[in-house]
Structure formats: C-alpha cells, structure tokens
Design a protein around this ligand. Structure first.
Ligand code: PEP
Ligand code: MG
Length: 884
C-alpha cells in the first residue's frame, strides 16, 4: 500500500479531488504543485494511516517507515539539504490536515530538524545569521514542547518574559544572540524537568514524535467537540503533511501572510489579507502582533499608516496577485491562502475554499454566476442552508442611542447583546441557564469553542480579521468584534476596563460585528432585508426544487412572517396554541372540568366564535394557499389549573365548589400524558370538542367566501391516530358538521380530511388508513419519540452520553433517523400511495426545517415540508439542493 504521497517541484502524486485520502490541506498542496505554483516540496501521510493507527493499537503499517524515509530524502534532494545534516540541514514543518479544516487538532510544528548541531548549519546557510537560527530553534523547542511533549506553553512564555525583563527589553526581536542562547538552554532544561527526558536531538525521532502527535490529536477533547458540533465522523481520520520549511523570518525581505481572494465578511470582490514582515507562519493567525494590510487600497481605506505588501514588496505582490487569480479561476471559488516570502521569493503554503459569512457566501455565489464562473445550480449548492440563519440575524436599529465604548475589527456580522463573561465555561454555564452572554477574551483558542458556541457574540482585545476568534465566529455565524485594542481585561478580577470605564462580568454590552463597535448596555435591533442577493438566490432555488415548503404557524403574526419568508401554505396549525390565548384558557378549563357533556358544550359555545375568528384571520393571510389545521392534540392534563387562584377562577365562572374542581383536576391528572389521553383519543372520548373545532373551521370558510369571495380548501388533520377506525369515526363527525354548515350557509364547502402519521402502527397500517385519509403529514417529533421509546421532553439527561458514545450520531429529534424512523416514513409513503396514488404527503415535525432531513424527504418523494417560519428560507434552499 502507498501510505505516503509526495508533492513539489511542479508535480505531485495527489490531486485536489483526493481529499478523503490526503485531507484538504494535502490535496490542495498537491493540486497547487500540479498547477506549477511555487510550493515547497513535501509529502502527505494519508488518512488511511490514521485509520490503521486507531485500528492497530496506535501502531503504524510496517511499510510506513521506509516510505517516509524515502519521501524525506526526496525533499532533501529537491531543496539541496539533508535531514540531520549538520552543515546543511533540511528543516520541515509538520501539520495535521483532515478532510474538513478542523481547529482543535494539533496544528503545526515548524522548524523540525533543528538540534544543537543543525542550528549552526542553519545559521551558516542563512548567511551567518545566528540570531535567526537561534530564534528558530527556540520557537521549535517551544512548539514541539507544547504540542508534542505536552509541556505547558505558559512555562516557555514565563522563561521568555523573564529573560526579557532581566535584559530590560520588551520585544522578542530586541533579544541578543546571547539572550537567545540562554533561552534555548532554559527551554531545554524545562523540557527535561517536565518530561524526564532531554529534548530529542535526533531529527528522525522528532519527526516520528510530531507524526504521532498529529494522529493522537484526532481523538483529543477539542477535536471531538468540534466534530460533534460540525457533524464530522470520527472515522474520517486526519492526514499529516510534512513540508520543507521556508522562512518568513529571514529579515526585512521576508514575510508571512494570510489572504482571501474576496472579502470573507462582505463577499466583495477585493483581494483581502494581512501580512507581517520578518515573522513566521503562525504569528498572523495567533494575533500576537497586529498585522499589516496587503493592498494599498485597503490600507488607505482603513487609515492605516504601515505600508501594505503592495507598497513594501511590489514584485512579490504582483506574483501573489497572479497566483491568487489563477487559484480562484482554477477552483472557481473564493480561496483562503497562506504564503511566505523568503528573501523576496514567494512560496504558497496553503489554499482552501475560504470560510465566509453567510452574507459573503451569498454575494460570492451570486457574483460568480454573473461573472460566468459557476452555474445557478452550483450557486445554490454553494450556500449552506443553515447558514442563512445568519442573514436572518438582527442588526442594530440605526435610530437607537448607542454608547460606543470601544472599536475593533468587524470580524463577523450581526448584532448581539448579552452579559459579559470572561471564560468559555462561564459562557456555557450561563447560556444553559437561559442567559444571553457575550464572551470577552484577549484572544480565543480552540479550547474556547464550546463557549463561543454558547455565546451570542464574541469580543476580543487582540488579533486581526484572520485570528482564531474571527475565523471561528464567522463559521458559527456568531457576531464578533476582534482586536478591540483599548480594552484591558483582568481575568482574575473578572472585569474589563476601557479608557477609564470599568465593566464587570454580568454587565450587559452590545457588539456590532458588522461595524466593529462595542457598546455599553443593550441596544435595540431590527430584522434584516430579504431582498438583493438573498432574493435572487431564493428565486433560483425555487426554480430548482420539487417539494413545496409550508410553515408551522397558528398566530397571524407567525403566518405573516411565514409568507414573507416564502411559505407556500400552512402545513401545521396547532389549534391548542389558540386555546392558551388570554381569557380563553378559562373557558377551556371550564370545558375540561365539566363532568357532563352539557357543561362541556356550554363552555365550547364560548370558545367557538373566538376559534372561528382565528381561522378567518388565518385564511385571510393565506389566501389561495393550502392551510392544514390539526384538531386538538395535547393531553387535557396540560390545560389543567394548578394554583389555588386558577382553580378558584374556574369555580367562580362555573358556580361550582373549588374542592370539587380540585378533585376533578386530580382525576384528570396523568402520569404519562404524552402517551395518554391526547390526540384523536380526545375526539373519540369528547366528540363535542372536535365538533366545535370543525364547525369553527367551516363557518370561517363560509365567512371568507361570503365576505371576500375567496375559496379556501382547509386540510383537516387528525392527530396521533393508530388505526383506520379512529379516522373513520372522526371523519364521519367532520363530514356531518360540514354538511350542516353547508346547509345553513347555502355554500358548497371543499375540504380534505387526513391524518398525521406519528405512531409506528399508523406507519405500518398506512395502506388501510389511506382508504380513509386523503393526506398524510408525518409528525416526526412524535414518530421519533414513539419509535425510539424516548421522551421528547426528558431525553436531554442522557442524549449527550448517547452522542458521546456514538449510539446516536446526532440528536434524532433534530436530524431524522433515516434508518429507523426513516424506514417507517418510507413504508407509510409506499403503502399509502399504493392505496391512494394521489395521496398528499408532507412532514411537519421539526425535521421539516433540517437540511439533511429535507434531503431525505426528497428521496422519499414527499410533496412538501413544513417548518417554523424562520426556517422557511433554509428549507427552500435545502429542498433545492436536494433536488439538484
Ligand atoms: C409531531 O409530532 O411531529 C408534530 C408535528 O406534532 P407535535 O410536535 O405538536 O406533537
Ligand atoms: Mg405530534
């Protein structure tokens, strides 16, 4: 087996489409080599080695050793140096590289191959620059010590700061050769003290140490958390990239930088990035020094005075421009690139499709269609449906008063207010309690991911647009302001100060990630516009999808929002929500607590006009569109009065004894209400309830017809049926009421009676149920609950354990379980269609707004999905993607 693939010198054994085997980074390094771009030579150890490593008790395939040795030798030949050669040493970088970019794993070890001897050789080949060689060596010990040998990196920082203090200098580059020699030996002592072993001097041992660290980082906590949040399977594994070092820290003609071929925040077609002169790779990303801008235009726009790369190194910039344009045309997508300039020569270290805000994703996709680079269908596939959420995020109300306390970089758009927290753990803890929080850090690291996820927004005092905080926040769709340099954070005291004002943990602030502003207190926000690029992409998506998208809505406000977002009808109107409105609940309780039909009917008489009015409004908003109305579903248990006050109130209107009421309430109490007296079981026991609801619906249809001349065809839906008989009984009742209303109004009424499929038995008996039901709507919330036998309300206590241990890949209440619940859906669809070929099929569980579940619905051939109003655009896009 070939476990190692080489690249560099204008050719490569891999290609861009070999991401599964080579990881993203490795595949793209190979592709860039094949394109003839300047890539330092190197090789990729495949993800299959990672799989082997975990299948074989952390050991490697026997052939690996020889293959790695040969690949190292080849790299040495190409650059004219030898691994471990004291006179002319080959140095390499070692980086992880999974299929999807994954912060949280071991990132990088640079300068590997340095030891007490080769450091002198490096000084020689750098024209006698010992300072540079020693600085590289101390960086290597520090990085290797930290990520491979697991020596606390703060220990190295302390040593470094200590030496700087005694020398009375504040910047690294003010240290003398002797200082660096001292730091190197103190670093080595620290390693020996912490690990009990001297710092490894053998380059081969160093290399295998780094390779092992990459593979074991695949299973560290941070990587696992990241995979869980991003649905990345553990089985993918990571590759390892070993590449000849090039140095951006060889003096003033050297530099390192990161760039995007278009603006990752706005999507604008401008080359965008940052660089540092005389610095090494990770300095830009880590946000340690504030970087300079790449283009003259962006420098002028920002009012920055340090020269741009375009001005400082015009020839290099011209070459970089040529390269980035070639990359964008080749990949037909916005690229995120890393480069290093070693003594005036440009080297490309990475290219990948760039992370971007959803606004940028949209603009880039739409622009690229206009530029003729991609097709409409490709543009549809370029935008992650769930990322549209970001576009639906609020922005600051321009009228609102703002007390701006600091400015930073507009790292990720959206506005958010919340309480200040200073640690990721606090963010997570308070968010679980329902607080909105803003995570405030000097800078973030992969350890903070869970807190960034829990926070409404992120604020950092250091770091640029490509800092960890900025990149991750954009990916997550969290507003972020980074590098707000005037903010001083004191983690120990739990406070931040800015120009003399002090804010404590728990104080509310607002950040505007689009403007880069930080404000005291909460500032009013407004909802965004849904036109422009968003509108165009949605029109394309609508042209490509087969399934209709409806909304789950019952209030007029929700129904209006749903229509604004493009819903094509209502797929689920939960009538019980109407029962909870203001004074109605009293009448509802009166109805429930009556022990006789007569009393119930009297109470229902009070509810009827209100319910009818609800439907009149709903039909008005949904003119010309289908409206599916579900008859009462929840257990009456949920409506019972609990406090003495509530019981007294019902007793008063009913002119009854409160004690009697209390007894009746306790009779109706259920131990397992979700499997209890609910759904169509209510209609069977208390037909007068469904009768009232059917009457309200039909009278509303008649009223709308009479007053507005509109014909509405309601789809009346029976919940939680398990048998055909239930539907037959209730359908007869509905038909009878329809006939009565038709007779009384003299109008012809059109309607459908159908059922939800929420129980495994209903799915299995769908063939006969379809004889009575004109449509099925899959209630996958209940169907998931009843298929797994897991309570929707009480599963949180063990769900994390189940996901952690791989029993569930994802929460089955969020993403449809294709294997089990999905099979039931499929069976029901097939059997239903067999009986009634034109049966209408839809889904109205939460899964109707989940992109991967929507893809499943397309496979099964459902006619529509229905989801909450805010997810309608997501569903429209996901349905289009599923159909392409
Ligand atoms: C369902 O069960 O999927 C459903 C839509 O109904 P509810 O969530 O109201 O039980
Ligand atoms: Mg249900």
């Amino acid at each position: 087996t070939k476990w190692v693939l080489s690249f560099g010198d204008g050719s490569a054994e891999g290609r861009a489409d070999m991401k599964n085997l080579l990881g993203g980074k490795g595949a793209n390094l190979a592709e860039m080599s094949n394109l003839g771009l300047p890539v330092p030579p190197g090789f990729t150890i495949t993800t299959e080695v990672c799989t082997y490593y975990y299948d074989h008790d952390h050991s490697y395939p026997p052939e690996l050793n020889d293959q790695v040795r040969a690949a190292v030798a080849r790299v040495g030949e190409l650059v004219g140096a030898g691994f471990g050669d004291a006179a002319n040493p080959l140095l390499v970088s070692v980086r992880s590289g999974a299929r999807a970019s994954m912060p949280g794993m071991m990132d990088t070890v640079l300068n590997l191959g340095l030891n007490d001897e080769t450091v002198e050789g490096l000084a020689n080949s750098a024209g006698g620059d010992r300072r540079f060689a020693l600085d590289s060596y101390r960086r290597f010990i520090q990085m290797y010590g930290d990520v491979v040998l697991r020596v606390d990196h703060a220990a190295f920082e302390d040593i470094l700061e200590g030496v700087k203090d005694t020398r009375g200098v504040s910047l690294d580059n003010e240290l003398s050769v002797e200082d660096l020699e001292q730091i190197v030996s103190l670093f080595k002592e620290e390693v020996e003290r912490e690990t009990g072993q001297p710092f490894p001097q053998d380059p081969e041992a160093q290399l295998w140490g780094a390779i092992g660290a990459v593979f074991s980082s695949w299973m560290n906590d941070r990587a696992r958390t990241y995979r869980r949040l991003h649905d990345i399977p553990a089985s993918w594994g990571t590759a390892v990239n070993v590449q000849a070092m090039v140095f951006g820290n060889m003096g003033e003609t050297s530099a390192t930088g990161v760039a995007f071929t278009r603006d990752p925040s706005t999507g604008e077609k401008v080359f965008f990035g940052e660089y540092l002169i005389n610095a090494q790779g990770e300095d830009v990303v880590a946000g340690i020094r504030t970087p300079q801008l790449l283009t003259k235009a962006s420098r002028e726009r920002s009012g920055e005075d340090k020269p741009s790369l375009e001005e400082a190194m015009p020839a290099v910039f011209a070459e970089l421009e040529r390269v980035y344009q070639a990359l964008e045309t080749h990949y037909r997508d916005m690229q995120d690139i890393e480069f290093t300039v070693q003594r005036g020569k440009l080297w490309m270290l990475q290219t990948r499709s760039g992370k971007r805000t959803s606004r940028a994703a949209l603009k880039i996709a739409v622009d690229m269609v206009d530029e003729g680079l991609i097709t409409e269908a490709e543009a549809i596939l370029r935008v992650e449906p769930s990322s549209l959420d970001q576009l639906l995020h609020p922005t600051l109300d321009p009228e609102a008063v703002r007390d701006v306390i600091a400015r930073g970089l507009p790292a990720s758009p959206g506005a958010a207010s919340g309480k200040i927290v200073f640690t990721a753990d606090d963010a997570e803890r308070l968010a679980k309690l329902g607080d909105k929080v803003i995570l405030v850090r000097e800078e973030t690291s992969p350890e903070d991911i869970h807190g960034m996820h829990a926070a409404e927004g992120i604020l950092t005092s250091r770091g640029g647009m490509t800092s960890h905080a900025a990149v991750v926040a954009r990916g997550m769709g969290r507003p972020c302001v980074s590098g707000a340099g005037h903010i001083r954070i004191d983690y120990r005291k739990g406070e931040m100060s800015v120009l003399g004002r002090v804010f404590n943990a728990g104080d509310v602030i607002t950040i505007d990630g689009a403007a880069g502003e930080v404000m005291a207190g909460a500032v009013a926000t407004i909802q965004p516009e849904l036109s422009g690029d968003f509108g165009r992409l949605m029109v394309w998506a609508d042209g490509h999808r087969r399934m209709k998208v409806r909304a789950n809505a019952e209030t007029p406000a929700d129904a209006r929002t749903a229509r604004e977002f493009g819903a094509e009808g209502i797929g689920l109107c939960r009538t019980e929500h109407m029962f909870f409105e203001d004074d109605r609940i009293l009448a509802v309780r009166e109805m429930i607590l009556s022990d006789r039909e007569k009393g119930r009917r009297a109470a229902l008489e009070k509810i009827l006009p209100m319910q009818r009015q609800d439907f009149v409004e709903l039909f008005g908003i949904m003119t010309g569109l289908p409206v599916t109305i579900r008859l009462l579903d929840p257990p009456l248990h949920e409506f019972l009065p609990k406090s003495d006050e509530d019981i007294q109130a019902v007793a008063d209107v009913m002119d009854a004894d409160p004690e009697h009421m209390r007894r009746r309430a306790s009779e109706l109490h259920e131990f397992n209400p979700m499997l209890g007296h609910r759904g169509c079981r209510l209609g069977i026991s208390y037909p007068e309830i469904y009768e009232m609801q059917a009457r309200a619906i039909f009278e509303a249809v008649a009223e709308v017809k009479r007053d507005a001349g509109e014909t509405v065809t309601p789809e009346i839906m029976i919940p939680l049926a398990a048998t055909r008989r239930e539907i037959d009984i209730l359908k007869a009742l509905i038909d009878r009421v329809a006939a009565e209303v038709a007779q009384a109004s003299g109008l012809e009424l059109h309607y459908l009676v159908g059922t939800m499929i929420e129980l495994p038995r209903a799915a299995l008996r769908a063939g006969e149920i379809a004889e009575s039901a004109a449509f099925f709507s899959f209630g996958t919330n209940d169907l998931t609950q009843t298929t797994f036998g897991i309570s929707r309300d009480d599963s949180a206590s063990f769900l994390d354990d189940y996901i952690e241990q791989g029993v569930f890949e994802k929460d089955p209440f969020v993403s449809l379980d294709r294997d089990g619940v999905g099979e039931l859906v499929q069976i029901a669809a097939e059997r239903g269609r067999k009986t009634r070929p034109d049966i209408k099929l839809g889904i109205c569980g939460e899964h109707g707004g989940d992109p991967s579940s929507i893809a499943f619905c397309e496979e099964v051939g459902l006619d529509y999905v229905s989801c909450s109003p805010f997810r309608v655009p997501i569903a429209r896009l996901a349905a289009a993607q599923a159909a392409i």
